[in-house]
Design a protein. Structure first.
Length: 187
């Protein structure tokens, strides 16, 4: 039975996805699926509003790091990981070598649960909106029945991604609840 544990691999920042792709290719090519089971880059989806349009992008939680679930007791597994282009080594080890049989320390179960729980939570929650709104700030409504109207933020509910906005309808101040994606900041 393999001793599968989670380890942190240091990678060149910005090349995490390439490292993951190379690792998965080597796992398949060398038939190491039992000794190197998972390669993970913890990410979250961010929704940004630019020029009245929604843009979704992925943000990496820990730039420069890739998580692997592996059995490092198998001698070829650390060598495969360390010889992947873009890999700088394991977290907590100097350089790329495992001189004298020194192995990197695995993540503790609690750390792994927190990381995987955070990833699952982000997946369930869907995308989060980048950018904060401030009470008293002027916004333009870009979606719904009040499109193109200008309003002032009266209340912000970050946990629900909602705003209470005061807009003028027929010359009267009218409070309206709107979602973050229905408004944009007025520059």
């Amino acid at each position: 039975m393999a001793e599968l544990q989670w380890y942190v691999v240091r990678a060149v920042s910005g090349q995490e996805k390439k490292v993951k792709g190379y690792l998965e290719g080597e796992i398949n090519r060398r038939k190491l699926a039992e000794s190197l089971t998972q390669v993970l880059i913890p990410t979250e989806k961010i929704v940004e509003m630019r020029n009245g349009k929604k843009y979704t992008r992925e943000k990496i939680f820990f730039p420069g790091y890739v998580l692997v679930q592996a059995d490092l007791n198998q001698p070829e597994v650390p060598a495969v990981i360390l010889n992947i282009p873009g890999v700088l080594g394991f977290l907590g080890m100097e350089g790329k070598s495992t001189i004298g049989g020194v192995k990197p320390s695995p993540l503790r179960k609690k750390e792994v649960d927190n990381l995987l729980g955070r990833v699952d939570e982000e997946t369930e929650k869907g995308a989060t909106l980048q950018g904060t709104f401030i009470i008293g700030e002027t916004i333009k409504i870009i979606d719904g029945p009040f499109t193109d109207m200008i309003g002032v933020i009266e209340d912000v509910f970050d946990e629900r991604k909602k705003l209470n906005v005061i807009i003028k309808i027929f010359g009267r101040d009218t409070p309206t609840e709107l979602g973050y994606t229905e408004v944009e900041k007025v520059e």
